[in-house]
Design a protein around this ligand. Structure first.
Ligand code: HEM
Length: 441
């Protein structure tokens, strides 16, 4: 394809980028976080260093995408919302999402994952996911049992806080239980072994083995056991009535388990910490919750300020700090520049979400931008990704997280230690989950 080439960052900048952005994400764990390195990164201000490094590179080479060395590959960094939009609107073809280390890792625990699929298989698997997850619908068919399960877990956390301070691991366990109930049904509520087995597989993925784990068949048999039970009121029950040609449901459910468990739990925990440290925003959220019928799924789904608090936590501290695509053929950008076939394109959420040149509220907690502003249509924010391959579980995740937060705020005021986040101050670039301790008074 004829066209001009994008700029190339210098070798020295490539070494810096690899050291500051690439290596720490590998050391902290690509698929499940390792506690010690993550804590250490929090202590030494690793996130701030990462942001500043990308900021410096963008000032030097931006605003267009540019080539930069990441370990042994030359990748393209796309950080401007127009370029991000171009890439994500073109996923999964010509920009596939199964690039290098992601495939090599994820294949260990979810070889049939939608996010690792290309056309035409992607289309079939995507149809299955959207059919079960009710993607894009204002309310999921099972919103009522989901709400009940979220309330139960919130009450469990409130009860626990009567005895001792609540930690990230407590909230994570509550969301893992919620996940098992939503996906498999009440019979799986206490099957912590299936969650532990998935965590173990994800730990193996951190080493990017490039092949499916020997433990995967035993794990998928456990998943299949619950799908066969097809408990009514759970996603497994819906799956039993929804066949999509060529799709094996068990292989698809694996992604849902960790995204609803680990990922959602992390975002809800950070939202609680932000609410605890921001009295004005908390007062607004509480006044919204107090006039809401918390037994009504539709009323909970309409808590736009509170869900804005959760979305802000995700913008400020994206659980997917960096994600990528790979060009499956030469692609010409609207500028006439060409991304050659086989090139990885990286989207740095940890920079784009906080780029003060584009986001006026970059470093403060601004739920109102989601409730009544235009944050929802801003392609800079990709904690759920965007476009045809955007997260199909986003609506469900926000509903469950909002339901949990609403129940907590309706009963108690959160207090937190272990974070430097403070109202009226520029928010730090990272919020390590491990040191957080909550009280609900
Ligand atoms: C707060 C929670 C969640 C966050 C932050 C999140 C984030 C994301 C992101 C960033 C992607 C794009 C990944 C990429 O292209 O590299 C994605 C894709 C995906 N998510 Fe989520 N997600 C969440 C919850 C969920 C839930 C609850 C489900 C299912 C029940 C889910 C299912 C999926 C699936 C199947 C994909 C792959 C889509 C495709 O490739 O077409 N996610 N998610």
């Amino acid at each position: 394809m004829s066209g001009t080439e994008l700029r190339h960052a210098s070798t020295v900048d490539g070494v810096l980028f690899t050291a500051v952005v690439g290596v720490p994400s590998v050391v902290q764990g690509l698929f499940t976080k390792r506690e010690k390195p993550t804590r250490l990164a929090g202590l030494v201000g690793g996130d701030q260093h990462t942001f500043r490094t990308v900021r410096g590179l963008v000032n030097k080479y931006g605003p267009e995408p540019f080539f930069i060395r990441m370990a042994t590959d030359e990748v393209v960094l796309a950080h401007h919302p127009d370029d991000i939009k171009f890439v994500l609107e073109g996923s999964p073809d010509p920009f596939a999402s199964d690039f290098g280390s992601k495939r090599k890792g994820m294949v260990a625990f979810q070889p049939e994952a939608l996010t690792l699929s290309r056309m035409p298989v992607w289309e079939q698997r995507r149809r299955f996911a959207e059919a079960i997850l009710d993607t894009g619908k204002p309310l999921h068919r099972l919103a009522e049992p989901m709400l009940a399960a979220a309330k139960e877990e919130a009450n469990h956390i409130l009860d626990l806080s009567q005895q001792r301070k609540v930690k990230w691991s407590d909230i994570n366990e509550a969301f893992q239980r919620l996940t098992r109930i939503v996906v498999f049904g009440k019979s799986a509520a206490d099957d912590t072994a299936i969650t532990a087995a998935l965590k173990d597989l994800m730990g193996q993925a951190n080493n990017t083995p490039g092949k499916t784990s020997d433990d995967y068949p035993a794990f998928i048999k456990r998943v299949q056991h619950y799908l066969d039970r097809a408990e009514s009121g759970s996603l497994a029950g819906l799956i039993a009535d929804t066949a999509v040609d060529g799709v094996d449901p068990a292989g698809q459910v694996v992604h849902w388990l960790f995204a609803m468990g680990d990922t959602l739990a992390a975002n809800v925990t950070r939202a609680l910490a932000l609410l605890a440290t921001h009295p004005d925003q908390r007062a607004k959220a509480v006044s919204e919750v107090q006039v809401c019928d918390l037994d009504s799924p539709a009323a909970v789904a309409s808590l736009s300020y509170l869900s804005g608090c959760l979305l802000e936590a995700m913008r400020l501290y994206p659980t997917t700090g960096l994600f990528g695509r790979v060009a499956i053929r030469d692609v010409m950008l609207p500028s006439g520049k060409v991304i050659p076939e086989g090139t990885q394109v990286l989207i740095p959420n940890m920079f784009a979400h906080r780029n003060a040149d584009i986001v006026s509220y970059a470093d403060r907690f601004a739920p109102e931008e989601w409730a009544s502003g235009d944050a929802g249509s801003n392609w800079s924010f990709n904690f759920f990704s965007h476009g045809p391959q955007g997260c199909p579980g986003a609506g469900m995740a926000i509903f469950l997280g909002t339901a949990f937060l609403a129940q907590v705020l309706n009963s108690a005021t959160p207090k937190v230690s272990g974070t430097t986040a403070k109202a009226g101050r520029k928010l730090p670039y990272g919020m390590d989950l491990y040191p957080l301790e909550f009280e609900f008074v």
